[in-house]
Design a binder for this molecule. Structure first.
Ligand SMILES: [Ca+2]
Ligand SMILES: [Ca+2]
Ligand SMILES: [Ca+2]
Ligand SMILES: [Ca+2]
Length: 201
C-alpha cells in the first residue's frame, strides 16, 4: 500500500536514534574539550592589562629620577667636561659602579615615604604578595588603587637595574644607558616581564 510505504520512510528506528545520540554526545565532548582551555585562559588578558598598568606606573616613577646618584643638576656622570681624558676635574664624577646599584646611603622606599632619587636606587625593590612589604605602593607609601579599588591585591613586583649601553638587553660595561627590568607576577601566578631604558641625559 502506498500509504504504509510513505509512513515507513518518515520516522527513525530506535537503533538510528541511539546512534544519533551517541554521535551527538561524542561531538559535544569534543567541542567542550576545545572550549574549556580557552575559558580558563580568558582571565589572562585582564590580568595582563593590570600588570601592564602596574609596570607602567613603576617605570614612570623610576624614569623620572636622576640618571645617577653622581649626576648633578646639569652635569652628567662620566662627562669629561674639560676633555682631558679623566673624570677628576671640577664638576666631574664617574657613574655609580654596577656592584653598588641599589639604595644609596640612608635611602629607602617604604610604607611611609621614599627618598630614592636616581634610577638604580630601585635595583632590588620588591613589593607585594610574598615579600616583606606585602602591599604594592607608590612613592608616598600609598596603596596603588585603580578606580578606588586595590586591584593589585595578590600581585607582586620586583625591579632590577643594570648597565646596557648598547641596548641589546644584555648587561655590559657601557654606562651610557641603564636597563630597568620590572617583573610583575599576577594574582594568578603568571609573571610578565617589562623593561625600559634610561639614557644618561
Ligand atoms: Ca676631565
Ligand atoms: Ca640615590
Ligand atoms: Ca643610586
Ligand atoms: Ca648590552
Amino acid at each position: 500500500m502506498p500509504v504504509t510505504n510513505s509512513k515507513a520512510q518518515t520516522g527513525f528506528t530506535l537503533i538510528e536514534l541511539i546512534i544519533g545520540i551517541v554521535v551527538f554526545a561524542v561531538a559535544l565532548t569534543f567541542i567542550t574539550s576545545l572550549i574549556s582551555p580557552q575559558a580558563g585562559k580568558s582571565v589572562d588578558p585582564i590580568m595582563q592589562v593590570r600588570a601592564t598598568e602596574l609596570a607602567n606606573t613603576i617605570i614612570r616613577e623610576i624614569s623620572a629620577m636622576s640618571y645617577d646618584e653622581n649626576s648633578g643638576n646639569s652635569i652628567r656622570c662620566n662627562d669629561d667636561l674639560n676633555n682631558d681624558g679623566d673624570l677628576d676635574d671640577v664638576g666631574e664624577s664617574s657613574c655609580t659602579p654596577i656592584e653598588s646599584f641599589g639604595p644609596d646611603d640612608s635611602e629607602y622606599r617604604n610604607n611611609t615615604n621614599s627618598n630614592f632619587d636616581d634610577v638604580d636606587d630601585y635595583h632590588g625593590l620588591q613589593q607585594g604578595a610574598g615579600f616583606a612589604d606585602a602591599v604594592i605602593r607608590n612613592s608616598l607609601g600609598e596603596i596603588l588603587l585603580v578606580d578606588g579599588q586595590n586591584l593589585y591585591a595578590g600581585f607582586s613586583v620586583s625591579v632590577s637595574v643594570t648597565y646596557d649601553g648598547d641596548m641589546d638587553g644584555v648587561t655590559d660595561t657601557d654606562q651610557s644607558a641603564k636597563l630597568i627590568l620590572v617583573n610583575v607576577t599576577t594574582s594568578g601566578g603568571e609573571t610578565i616581564a617589562f623593561s625600559a631604558y634610561r639614557s644618561n641625559y
